[in-house]
Design a binder for this molecule. Structure first.
Ligand code: ATP
Ligand code: MG
Length: 559
C-alpha cells in the first residue's frame, strides 16, 4: 500500500495499522475514523506534522475519514489567529479533512449534560478543596490519596453547585467538579480527576457563554465519541490517561466507543518542539515571528523554502513505535535536499563579488542555459554575458603553485569554464591604492560556449558568475541552527542561553543573475555551487533570498 500523496513510498507497516487491519477484519470497525486534534495555543511544528501524516495517512489508506478538530478547551491560551494558522498549515501540507473543521467548543453543551449525568448517577461531585489541598489529598506515586471531605455529599447538592458554577456564581478556584473513581488507584489519573473548573474567561468562539471549562481528560474521549472516531491516536505521554479515557467510555451513554492508541512523539536533534517554548522565542523577540525561517514550525519551514512533499516524505519515513526516540536532524535535511535537487531550478548568485574584465569581449550577448540539468521540462533562460562580470572572490587564488587537483578554480595563467558560458583565462590582477585586488583581467576563448577548448586549453573546473552590468543586487539571509546543542530541550530558564548567536547572518550586495528579478515569492532555486535559496520580499534595491539549506556537500571545489 502506498500513501496517495507520496506514490512510490510504502509507509512502514506499523502497529496501529495492524490494529486497524484486525478491527476491519473482525468487523469491530466498519469505517476507520481518525482525527488530528490540535490545541489552538500556538503554531504547528514538525512534530505535529508526524501526527498529521499518520492520522490523515491511516484514514486515506483504509478508506476512512480524518477530522480536523480543535481541542479548544483552554480559552486563556487560545486564539483565532492560531486556529487560522493551523488550518492553513494542514491544508498546505496537502491534507483534506472530512466535513467541516470541528471544535471541542461545539460540544460544550453536550459535555455539560454528561457531567450532570455523572453527578446524578453518583459518579461525580463538586469539591471545594483548593488547588493546594487537592494536591495534598491526591497522594503520590508511592502513597495512596485520601478522599476529599466533599466526596460523599448528596448528588442533589453537587448538581445545585455545578449549576451555580456554570452560571458564574462561584469564584474561580473555589470549586471543581471531580469524577468519583478511586483515591487509592495506582494510577494517579484515576484519583478523582477534575472534570470542570471555574474560569471566567471569554472564549474565542463561545464568548462569555461559559464560566466553567472541561478538562482535557473529560473532553477528549467524549469529543471522539461524538464524532465516531474509531482510532484516537495520540502521543505516548497520554498512555497513563487511557484508563480514564476508558472509564468515561464505560460510564457515559456515549454514541460510540472510541479507543485510544499511543505512539512515540517525534523529537529531532537541534530542534525545539514545544509550542510553549516556541511561543517564548516569539514573545521575547528571539526570532522574527512564528514563521521565522529558523523556526521548526510548518510556517517557518514553508518560508524557508522546504516543500510540503519533503515534510511528508520525511514523516512517512519515520517509525511509528511505542517508544519515544530522537531523530537526527540530518535525516530531515536529507529529504529536504533530495526534493530540492530534483525540483529546484538552477540559477547563479555570486555571494562575494570580484570584478572580472573580459578584455577581448567585443560586445555583450545572451547565452541560453537550461534551468535544470536533467529536467528539460523546466525550460531554459537567457543569461547575459558582458565584458564585465562578477565571480566569487573565493574562486580566484594568487597562489599559482596550487595543483589543478586541489584548486579547481582560477589562477593567473590558467583556465576555468564559466558555467553555461565560455572558458576564460586569468591574465592579470589589478590592485587598488591599498594593494587589495580590485579586478581581474581575463580573456575568453572563442567558440567554447557548449564546446571543448582547443588543444592545450583545459579548464581547471567550472565556476559560477554573473554579468556585472546585467545582474541584480541581492541580500542573502543565511540561517544556521537556532540551537547549538543537539538536545534542544531548553530546560526552563535556560532556553535563551542555548540559542546560537550566529543563527542569522545577513550578506548584503551579493549579485544574482538578471532573470531572478522575476522570481516569485516563495520559489526556491539552487544557486549553483552555493546552496538552495528561496525568494523572500525585497529590501530596498536588493532582492532578498532566504537560505533554505546548503548543498549536500558544500559544492566548493567540486568544479
Ligand atoms: P506541544 O507539546 O508542542 O504543546 P501538544 O501536544 O500540546 O504539543 P497539541 O496541539 O495538543 O500540541 O497536539 C496535537 C496533536 O499533535 C496531538 O495528538 C499530539 O499528540 C500531536 N503531537 C504534538 N507534538 C508531537 C510530536 N513531537 N510528535 C508527534 N506528535 C505530536
Ligand atoms: Mg496537547
Amino acid at each position: 500500500m502506498t500513501d496517495p500523496l507520496n506514490p512510490g513510498i510504502a509507509p512502514a507497516g506499523n502497529f496501529i495499522e495492524q490494529i486497524i487491519r484486525d478491527d476491519l477484519a473482525t468487523g469491530r470497525v466498519q469505517k476507520v475514523v481518525t482525527r488530528f486534534p490540535p490545541e489552538p495555543n500556538g503554531y504547528l511544528h514538525i512534530g505535529h506534522a508526524k501526527s498529521i501524516c499518520l492520522n490523515f495517512g491511516l484514514a486515506a489508506q483504509y478508506g476512512g475519514d480524518c477530522h480536523l478538530r480543535f481541542d479548544d478547551t483552554n480559552p486563556e491560551k487560545e486564539s483565532q489567529e492560531y486556529v487560522d494558522a493551523i488550518v492553513a498549515d494542514v491544508q498546505w501540507l496537502g491534507f483534506a479533512w472530512s466535513g467541516e473543521v470541528r471544535y471541542a467548543s461545539d460540544y460544550f453543551g453536550q459535555l455539560y449534560q454528561w457531567a450532570l449525568y455523572l453527578v446524578d448517577n453518583g459518579l461525580a461531585y463538586v469539591c471545594e478543596l483548593n488547588g493546594e489541598q487537592m494536591r495534598d489529598y491526591r497522594g503520590t506515586l508511592t502513597q495512596p490519596g485520601r478522599p476529599s471531605p466533599f466526596r460523599d455529599r448528596p448528588s442533589s447538592e453537587s448538581r445545585t453547585l455545578l449549576e451555580a458554577m456554570r452560571r458564574g456564581e462561584v469564584a474561580e478556584g473555589a470549586m471543581t467538579l471531580r469524577a468519583k473513581i478511586d483515591m487509592a488507584s495506582a494510577n494517579i489519573n484515576l484519583r478523582d480527576p477534575v472534570l470542570y473548573r471555574v474560569r471566567k474567561v471569554a472564549h474565542h468562539r463561545t464568548g462569555s457563554d461559559w464560566n466553567i471549562y472541561p478538562s482535557y481528560d473529560f473532553a477528549h474521549g467524549q469529543e471522539d465519541a461524538i464524532e465516531g472516531v474509531t482510532h484516537s491516536v495520540c502521543t505516548l505521554e497520554f498512555a497513563a490517561n487511557r484508563p480514564l479515557y476508558n472509564w468515561f467510555v464505560e460510564h457515559l451513554p456515549l454514541p460510540s466507543q472510541p479507543r485510544q492508541y499511543e505512539f512515540g512523539r517525534l523529537n529531532l536533534t537541534h530542534t525545539m518542539t514545544s509550542k510553549r517554548k516556541l511561543k517564548q522565542l516569539v514573545d521575547e523577540g528571539v526570532v522574527d515571528g512564528w514563521d521565522d525561517p529558523r523556526m521548526p514550525t510548518i510556517s517557518g519551514l514553508r518560508r524557508r523554502g522546504v516543500s510540503a512533499a519533503a515534510i511528508r516524505q520525511f514523516c512517512n519515513s519515520l517509525a511509528v513505535a511505542k517508544t519515544d526516540g530522537v531523530v537526527d536532524i540530518a535525516q530531515f535535511e536529507h529529504f529536504i535536499r533530495d526534493d530540492l535537487n530534483n525540483n529546484a531550478p538552477r540559477a547563479m548568485c555570486v555571494i562575494n563579488p570580484l570584478k572580472v574584465v573580459v578584455t577581448n569581449c567585443q560586445q555583450g550577448e545572451l547565452l541560453t542555459v537550461a534551468n535544470h540539468p536533467n529536467r528539460p521540462e523546466l525550460g531554459e533562460r537567457q543569461l547575459p554575458f558582458d565584458a564585465e562580470l562578477y565571480i566569487d572572490a573565493g574562486d580566484f587564488s594568487e597562489d599559482t603553485t596550487l595543483s589543478r587537483k586541489k584548486f579547481k578554480r582560477l589562477v593567473i595563467g590558467d583556465y576555468v569554464r564559466l558555467r553555461g558560458g565560455y572558458i576564460i583565462r586569468a591574465d592579470e590582477v589589478v590592485r587598488d591604492s591599498d594593494g587589495a585586488i580590485a579586478q581581474l583581467n581575463c580573456s575568453l576563448v572563442e567558440g567554447t560556449v557548449g564546446a571543448d577548448g582547443p588543444d592545450g586549453v583545459r579548464p581547471r573546473g567550472v565556476i559560477h558568475w554573473v554579468s556585472a552590468i546585467r545582474s541584480q543586487p541581492a541580500e542573502l539571509r543565511l540561517y544556521d541552527r537556532l540551537f547549538n546543542s543537539p538536545e534542544a530541550d531548553g530546560g526552563d530558564g535556560e532556553l535563551l542561553e542555548q540559542i546560537n548567536p550566529d543563527s542569522l547572518k545577513v550578506v548584503a550586495n551579493a549579485r544574482v543573475e538578471q532573470s531572478l528579478g522575476d522570481a516569485a515569492l516563495g520559489v526556491t532555486y539552487q544557486f549553483e555551487r552555493e546552496g538552495y535559496f528561496t525568494r523572500e520580499d525585497s529590501a530596498g534595491e536588493q532582492l532578498v533570498f532566504n537560505l533554505t539549506i546548503g548543498l549536500r556537500d558544500s559544492g566548493r571545489g567540486q568544479g
